[in-house]
Design a protein around this ligand. Structure first.
Ligand SMILES: [Zn+2]
Length: 407
């Protein structure tokens, strides 16, 4: 099969006008000018007309569990207040609510052009409750907390491993997600790291998200410190350190790790980062705005060699699961970033973060056939500007070589 369109943006090399992508099974067999692709690859031609074809987007940080909380939590006085509010809302949700939340979230993610998602899943046992395999690639990272009781990280991971072994029709896979240095113990981080190494799966966590997390580790005080004290977390690791340094003292972060946020960093942290192995960083532009965090240090982190990708976070701190909206927010706040850079973060960099740099995020021979199309502007606008300005539902999508319809 050959997909032809006004332009193909492969994210390797330049956009190709009158471009085409040859697809064989679930893979990309060729990409180039339409006449060249047609001459060397057989098959039916699907002409998408005046559209831009680009790789499906990759969301590197999301919580589908909280889709049901859309519009229910306003920005709070503090991050800790937000945690209290979300905890009280979660307490009122049933298993059915969570299943509905995951299904609604999957449909929304897909509608906005995302073909690969890293989802932090607090209830991995609910996978068996989904009525059918998700029509996109999802890495389900079992999210765990062990403030009150031991987290069964090995048991859950073995269960997820078995699930994906016996469900080959499910695209994607599993991973592990110790929640954060303030809710997950050293033992939990170690176990998660071991699982990631054993099964070659992504491992992700939240670090240095809020000022209160910094206050907790640096000053042994503040709202988050008090809240965790009230629920019985031992706090002897607090005082005279930072969230990042506290984590890195006990765990060597490496290229398997996707660290979400990193908003609060000290000069000492930057010293640590300069010497550290280069893990991946997931930034969530609109969730960042919602909380009013300290500005994210794009330029310094990028200069140090970190791979920065984009996420939506959940609808408990965002208004949609659209990565196009994340790109727009990013470009609004960081005027020096180009639309092409933003799209790289939402495709190539996300693929790299989840260990799929050689199969996802680009339109290149041998890569998986995950493509989307959006209308091209009539005249005068650059292709990357058009992509970054796109709003709404993508009109066409292919995942793993199959055209996907929208519910
Ligand atoms: Zn998160």
């Amino acid at each position: 099969m050959i997909v032809r369109s006004r332009v193909v943006v492969p994210m390797v090399g330049e956009p190709i006008e009158n471009g085409a992508v040859a697809i064989a099974g679930n893979q990309i067999a060729g990409v180039g000018r339409f006449e060249v692709v047609k001459a060397s690859h057989g098959g039916d031609v699907l002409d998408l007309g005046e559209q831009i074809v680009l790789p499906g987007l990759i969301n590197a940080h999301c919580h589908l569990d909280y889709t049901v909380l859309r519009g229910q939590i306003a920005p709070q006085r503090s991050f800790t207040d937000w945690i209290r509010v979300i905890n009280s809302r979660k307490a009122a949700l049933s298993e059915e609510d969570y299943v509905a939340s995951i299904n609604t979230g999957l449909a929304e993610v897909q509608k906005f052009g995302t073909t690969t998602l890293l989802n932090l899943e607090a209830f991995p046992e609910l996978l068996s409750r989904l009525s059918r395999p998700p029509p996109l690639r999802v890495w389900w990272c079992a999210e765990m907390i062990d403030v009150r009781e031991r987290a069964p990280v090995r048991e859950v991971s073995e269960h997820l491993y078995d699930w994906f072994e016996s469900h080959p029709e499910w695209l994607g896979g599993f991973g592990v997600a110790p929640h954060a240095p303030f809710t997950a113990s050293e033992q939990l981080f170690s176990a998660a790291s071991e699982i990631s190494r054993k099964y070659h799966v992504p491992v992700t966590t939240h670090v240095a998200e809020s000022r209160e997390e910094m206050q907790m580790f640096r000053d042994a005080g503040g709202f988050l410190f008090d809240f965790l004290k009230s629920i019985g977390r031992p706090l002897d690791d607090c005082g005279g350190t930072t969230p990042l340094s506290s984590l890195m003292q006990s765990h060597a972060l490496d290229e398997r790790w996707i660290i979400a946020h990193l908003n609060e960093l000290t000069e000492e942290d930057f010293g640590l980062l300069a010497r550290a192995k280069k893990f991946h960083i997931a930034h969530c532009p609109r969730s960042h705005t919602f909380f009013g965090h300290t500005p994210f240090e794009w330029q310094r982190l990028r200069t140090l060699g970190f791979n920065i990708c984009l996420g939506t976070d959940s609808l408990a701190s965002n208004s949609s699961l659209s990565l196009f909206s994340e790109m727009r927010e990013l470009l609004r706040k960081e005027t020096w970033i180009s639309p092409r850079d933003a799209l790289t973060m939402a495709t190539v960099n996300g693929a790299h973060a989840i260990g799929q740099a050689d199969s996802l995020g680009r339109i290149s021979p041998g890569f998986r056939a995950d493509l989307i199309a959006i209308p091209s502007a009539q005249t005068g606008t650059g292709f990357f500007d058009t992509i970054a300005a796109f709003e709404g539902t993508v009109p066409w999508m292919m995942v793993d070589g199959e055209t996907v319809g929208f519910r």
